[in-house]
Design a protein around this ligand. Structure first.
Ligand code: PRP
Length: 182
């Protein structure tokens, strides 16, 4: 049994639920892209690396895996502008692109990304997200969604608090006192 850190308030999505849902999402993606020559999957670092690793190991369609690393200028800014720290290695024009993200919170990051990649003229562009917070945010389209979660600070399965708790096997709510102390 994996020990639960004392900073965890409650588990929102168990590792078993994640495992099952990730397999279902991959199955759907396999079906939807069955006739495509190659799917170009872009994982958004750092948070997406665990979700991406599990998802892609269920894929039976031809696919390439690449990454982008982004840094937001501040989550509270209205613009939601993000800076590209690391870009993909191939031109995206004419490619079937799937963005893989761990979370949609305000929606700024995914909104920015989809516009950015759309401007590179891919053949198609869809998004796959593990968890989306139930809150008033940007109305960005998520084509493949794992779970809707409450608007609380979540960690685990790629999600962090100050780079901690990313490798917990579940998605959990962090105790309020952990992030409100600062
Ligand atoms: C997280 C997450 C998304 C973004 C979502 O990244 O991975 O990219 O925030 O938030 P939004 O919907 O409010 O834009 P973060 O900046 O924490 O970086 P990390 O993945 O490297 O931890």
């Amino acid at each position: 049994m994996y020990p639960t850190p004392p900073e965890i308030e409650r588990i929102l999505v168990t590792s078993e639920q994640i495992e099952q849902r990730v397999a279902e999402l991959a199955q759907q993606i396999n079906q939807d892209y069955a006739t495509v020559e190659r799917l170009y999957i872009i994982g958004i670092l750092k948070g997406a690396f665990i979700f991406l690793a599990d998802l892609t190991r269920h894929l039976t369609i031809p696919h390439a895996v690449d990454f982008m690393a982004l840094s937001s200028y501040g989550k509270t800014t209205v613009s939601g502008a993000v800076r590209i720290l690391m870009d993909v290695r191939e031109p995206l024009e004419g490619q079937h692109v799937l963005i893989v993200e761990d979370i949609v919170d305000s929606g700024h990051t995914l909104n920015y990304l989809t516009h950015l990649i759309h401007n590179r003229r891919p053949a198609s562009l869809r998004t796959c997200v593990l968890v989306r917070k139930q809150r008033n945010g940007i109305n960005v389209t998520v084509d493949y969604l794992g779970f809707t979660i409450p608007d609380v600070w979540v960690v685990g399965y790629g999600l962090d608090y100050a780079d901690r708790f990313r490798t917990l096997p579940y998605v959990a709510e962090l105790k309020r006192e952990v992030y409100s102390q600062k």
